[in-house]
Design a protein around this ligand. Structure first.
Ligand SMILES: [Zn+2]
Length: 288
């Protein structure tokens, strides 16, 4: 897997060099957006991008996320070349897609793959908020649907990490259609007895919340994640009432029964492996 990272990094750096904007040397310190404290970047990296002062979970990229949860050397990407093609010829969209691809080295806002976790083979997808805020495009919906179908066909547990700003506005109704498509695929997967673990990360909103992110057999979230459909301002204006404190935070949703657990990033891999074992053949903690 480190090879994949090295290749991607090389590709990204060469593209940056082509544009004459080679990256500036990284600052040694960063200011935490949650507590305002100053944190050394190498401490942040060593702590999986969780603030050592306040526990704030920084959004992280899809490939890095996969490196945190999969067994080393087991990552195999699926449908890597599948990407949006500006189906409505929306003004400016093609150029923005191009820029997002160059900036992130990704083709779409989701990476789908197979790999192993604690030895158990899994089908896994991770949304990446750096690419169009993880918004739902036709290509993203198609990649997720193919992953679900792959998991069903190969009898693998499915794990999806969500992070999304909602619909991809530039794809209009084709974006919204992905809600029904992914949900229908998950229903077929569920009827065949498939296990789906959904992990909500900051932020998970809009059409992704209203479809596959909310359909997990087990619903987990990272601490402090914002999870909702519409934003709080829109809701307040619609219902004409002030919303309760912490509304749409993972902690609020856990209290109200929407989530099964909030799991800090450092414990996520072990928790998922435990759940896979508990739900494996025979339901034994030792089953693979
Ligand atoms: Zn902090």
């Amino acid at each position: 897997m480190s090879n994949v990272f090295a290749q991607r990094r090389q590709k990204l750096l060469s593209l940056k060099a082509l544009r004459g904007t080679a990256p500036a040397p990284a600052q040694a310190e960063a200011v935490c957006p949650a507590c305002g404290g100053t944190v050394r970047r190498k401490d942040l990296a060593a702590g999986r991008y969780v603030c050592p002062l306040c526990g704030h979970h920084y959004p992280i990229g899809a490939y890095y996320r996969l490196s945190l949860v999969l067994d080393k050397g087991t990552f195999r990407e699926l449908d890597a070349a599948l990407s949006s093609n500006d189906p409505l010829s929306f003004p400016g969209y093609a150029a923005k897609l191009d820029a997002a691809r160059r900036r992130t080295g990704m083709n779409e806002a989701v990476v789908t793959a197979t790999g192993r976790m604690g030895g158990q083979k899994v089908a896994v997808g991770v949304l990446d908020s750096r690419f169009f805020m993880g918004s739902m495009s036709a290509a993203l919906g198609e990649k997720v649907t193919r992953l679900v179908e792959y998991a069903g066909k190969n009898k693998l547990p499915l794990i999806l990490f969500s992070a999304s700003g909602g619909a991809r506005m530039q794809e209009g109704i084709l974006s919204l259609m992905q809600m029904a498509k992914t949900s229908a695929a998950l229903e077929r997967f569920s009827q065949k007895g498939g296990l789906y673990l959904s992990v909500l990360t900051h932020p998970t909103t809009g059409g992704v919340t209203a479809s596959f992110a909310s359909l997990g057999d087990v619903m987990l979230a990272e601490p402090g994640a914002l999870i909702g459909f519409a934003g709080p301002r829109v809701i307040e204006q619609t219902i004409g009432e002030k919303l309760p404190e912490g509304f749409q935070s993972a902690e609020y949703l856990l209290e109200h029964g929407f989530l099964d657990a909030i799991v800090p990033r450092a414990q996520l891999r072990d928790t998922l492996i435990r759940l896979l074992r508990l739900h494996g053949k025979g339901g034994s903690d030792h089953a693979q």
